[in-house]
Each structure stands twice: as C-alpha cells, then as structure tokens.
Design a binder for this molecule. Sequence first.
Ligand code: FAD
Length: 288
Amino acid sequence: MKLSTLYRQKKPVISFEIFPPKSTLPVESIFSTLEGLIQLNPDFISVTYGAGGSSRERTKEIASKIKNQYKIETLHHLTCVGHSASELRQIIKDLQAENIENILALRGDPPAGVEDYDFSQCQFEHAVDLVKYIKANSDFSVAAAAYPEGHAHCTRLSDDLNWLKYKVDQGVDFLITQLYFDNRVFYNFLENARRIGIKCPVAAGVMPVINGKQIKRIISLCGASMPAKLLMLVDQYGDNQEDMEKAGIEYASRQVEDLLRNGAEGIHLYTMNKPQQITEIVKNVGLA
Ligand code: FAD
C-alpha cells in the first residue's frame, strides 16, 4: 500500500524506524527485533540506508522481508549522496521488483571523516533532486525529512523551512521529522510550516533516551536540543543504565501522549532496534 493513501485514511499513523545490522553481523540478527516490533502492529516500519556503516543492500533485503513475509507496510530510506542517476535507476527497479512502494528520499551526510565535502559535485546535490527523480521515473509514494530545530548545518531557520517547502512542492507525500525532545518545538515548527503552505502530513519523530552517553553523541550529530527537564534526568540517571532506561521510557511516553492529545497525524518512533523499550511506550500510551 502507498503510505500517501494510508495518511489520508488514518490518524495517527504509527511507524517505527530500524537500522540494518552492521555488515560484520549476520542480517538475521535483525529478525528478533522485527518480530518484537511487529507484535505491536505498527502501520509501517522504515529501514535506514547506509547509516552507521551498514550495507545498503541490507536495507532492501530487510524492507522486502517486512513487506513480503511479515505483511507489514515498509518505507525504504534512500540517500542520493554519491549515487549516479544510473545507479538510482537500478535501485528503483530493484525496489519495484520487491514490491516496495514507499521511499524516504534523503540527501545523506558526507562520507565519514571527509570534512568540507562538496555536495555540488554530486549528480544529486539535495534531497529535492532525488524527490524529482523518483517522481519523474516511478510511482513510489515519497517521504522526506524535516527538521523542527533546523538542519544541523543550516544557518537560518527560515531558509531551512523555505527549502523544505520547495522540496515538498516537488512531490513529497509526507514528512517525518528529526527527533526532538520538546513537543513545543514540534508544534511551533508545524505552525510555521502550515503558514508557508506546507500541507502534507507531518509525522513527529520521537526517540526514547535510554543511554545517557549515547544520547549526547546523537544530539551532537543531529543538532536536537535537550530541554532542562531531560538534561536533569540524564544527569541524575545517566550512569545507571536501568534507571536511565526507565526515566527515558517515561519521558518519551509523556511526549507521545501529548502528541496524541494534540491530534498528531503521525508518530514515528526511532526504535534504535530495541523492541522492549518501544513495547513499553506503546503500552504506556494505550496504543497496544
Ligand atoms: P536536504 O533536504 O537536501 O537538506 C539538507 C540541507 O540543505 C538543509 O540545511 C536544507 O535547508 C538545505 N537545502 C535543501 N535543499 C536545498 C537547495 N535546493 N538549495 C540549497 N540548500 C538546500 N541519513 C542516512 O544516511 N540514512 C538514513 O537512512 C537517514 N534517515 C533519516 C531519516 C529521517 C527521518 C531524518 C530526519 C534524517 C535521516 N538521515 C539519514 C539523515 C539525513 O541524511 C541528513 O540529515 C542529511 O544531512 C540531510 O538530508 P536531507 O534529506 O534532509 O537533505
């Protein structure tokens, strides 16, 4: 099913994000994660592409398994950085052959360790170029990324929002936001997006903080800010894995509850491949 159709029919759409195991691990190591998440009956599961050193082929393999064996809808992430048009043509063909109908079109980050990477040398410089290419060459439903606090490298929030509007206007069916920890940030972003005419559904990206050290690294990469309340929890429990996990699940549950109360169109949980914690959140908020 095309997710563009699903977002028209259902509110909120509940989705989970997973990443393929590192190439040093067998691909099967993701299956227990998937089985845990599928019990929760999500509307779709998205699979990241090339993030964290995982092999790109695995994204297709896992997305295909979700769709064709578990019979759950899937969203295949795809980055255009470093890809040529002929490579993308082949990828699109391969996804069609697997009956995959939805792509999250992304630019991607610079290759690891390369400073001052020049995106203008790429055949596809921005995600919008990939959106246009997919729309012109296939009938995939296309999602794109949005950044409630601005992309980590943007210099002005208003520019970021205007580029987002341009990207959406080229055929994006729905948006998924970067993780953030204060719903007011999301509501402000949504209001501004609607004000400049971004009309497509926007799913709110929520990630439970379950590891004090890891979260500081993630935040430094994605640019999300930490509200004082969460910072205090990390300071208090960050050194104790069990307590941090409890506090992080509770915090994310309150965030999701508030989004549900305020009529969110979609809630996208960054699972970090941890089905138990996601199960607790889903139960806490009455979605199970
Ligand atoms: P773009 O939309 O191209 O935006 C990047 C920057 O360029 C922004 O600052 C924007 O304002 C600006 N910009 C956009 N268009 C133009 C233009 N036409 N001219 C000038 N400036 C412009 N990364 C992975 O490697 N794999 C994944 O699976 C993955 N999944 C993700 C899922 C989500 C929900 C999100 C939010 C991010 C994900 N990322 C992933 C990270 C993403 O690849 C990076 O954040 C990347 O740096 C930007 O990608 P983008 O698609 O947002 O790029």
